[in-house]
Write a protein that binds this ligand. Structure first.
Ligand SMILES: [Zn+2]
Ligand SMILES: [Zn+2]
Length: 78
């Protein structure tokens, strides 16, 4: 079993996971307050106000505390 570290979905093959990660990373936010990663959907309800989904974290605001991971993001490369 291969697990996506970003959204915790599991995939039966490594290829499936890699294909998934291409789309997953585009929608992944990194919280600078707590260092957690989560999907955009988890951080916003209306697509406008973004907030860290962790109860014990005050991180909020896209480009303020929350950053989008992109193709050149920290998760890339090995
Ligand atoms: Zn994922
Ligand atoms: Zn946070």
């Amino acid at each position: 079993m291969h697990t996506c570290r970003i959204c915790n979905q599991t995939f039966s093959t490594k290829l499936r996971l890699e294909l998934h990660r291409d789309t997953c990373v585009e929608e992944t936010l990194l919280c600078q307050q707590c260092g957690d990663q989560f999907s955009e959907a988890a951080a916003t309800r209306d697509g406008w106000h973004y907030q860290c989904p962790n109860d014990d974290c005050d991180g909020e605001g896209l480009t303020e505390d929350l950053y989008r991971l992109d193709a050149t993001g920290v998760e890339q490369g090995q």
